[in-house]
Design a protein around this ligand. Structure first.
Ligand SMILES: N[C@@H](CCC(=O)N[C@@H](CS)C(=O)NCC(=O)O)C(=O)O
Length: 239
């Protein structure tokens, strides 16, 4: 169950022995990666949401000196950085394995995640950069996504092939936000029909149980981004 984000001045929520905890935030796409893995593998966990602009002091002191979500904790073991958390969870809870056994496929998937990093860079430039650069960033973003449209055509229904695998959960959170972003910045970069494989993929992902469990609606994302633009991010959106 997701609860309101804890802020500076809050006290550290006592740990329950043997319970896996995720430090998360309802709107963070990186945290969503780890929550998708937890949901897909049906790993019991407790969610502690962190207010990202008024972080609890204990979060930096005890959990992640980088101050970022996600982080996961079980007893005295703490792991952070989304890709590290996801790989760690996949190894420690091996049922419903998400990472390919074949080292070459594993390497290719990691390379694809690196390429996706360029897509997210353009995405944030478009969203939060100077408005005069927005159209150019949207155009570059679209070019980047075109490559993913070609890639999924080669790979199958999902980037993981016939079913969603780790690679899908690493990239999905941004796809989830694209329709809200198009409305917010008034730029079309995915809904113009030029990437039919990718838009079919987005529809398909919406019926994946882990995605259904973790996602926020387009309206929720829109509301959050608007709250950021207004200077008062609402990290409890949808609660
Ligand atoms: N490289 C990190 C990025 C995580 C990240 O940037 N999380 C954001 C929220 S979406 C955050 O915690 N921001 C707080 C901050 O940077 O101070 C990861 O993959 O986990």
């Amino acid at each position: 169950m997701s609860t309101e984000a804890l802020s500076s001045g809050s006290t550290f929520p006592p740990l329950k022995a043997g319970t896996l905890r995720i430090y998360s935030n309802r709107i963070c796409p990186y945290a969503e990666r780890a929550r998708l893995v937890l949901a897909h593998k049906d790993i019991p966990n407790e969610v502690v949401n962190i207010h990202l602009s008024k972080k609890p002091e204990w979060f930096l002191e005890k959990i992640n000196p980088l101050g970022k979500v996600p982080a996961i904790q079980k007893d005295d073991k703490i792991v952070y950085e989304s890709a590290v958390c996801c790989d760690y969870l996949d190894q420690v809870y091996p049922s419903n394995k998400l990472t390919p056994d074949d080292p070459y496929q594993q390497a290719r998937d990691r390379i694809l995640v690196e390429h996706f990093g360029q897509v997210t860079t353009q995405y944030y430039k478009m969203l939060f950069g100077p408005s005069e650069n927005c159209a150019a960033a949207a155009e570059t973003l679209k070019k980047g996504l075109m490559e993913f449209d070609k890639e999924i055509q080669k790979r199958g229904d999902f980037f993981g092939g016939s079913e969603p695998r780790m690679i899908d959960f690493m990239v999905w959170p941004w796809f989830e936000r694209f329709h809200a972003t198009e409305k917010l910045v008034n730029q079309i970069f995915i809904s113009d029909g030029s990437m039919p494989n990718l838009t079919a993929y987005m529809d398909r992902m919406l019926s994946v149980p882990a995605v259904q469990k973790c996602r926020l609606s387009t309206e929720n994302h829109l509301e959050f981004y608007q709250s950021v633009k207004n200077g008062a991010p609402n990290y409890n959106v949808g609660l």
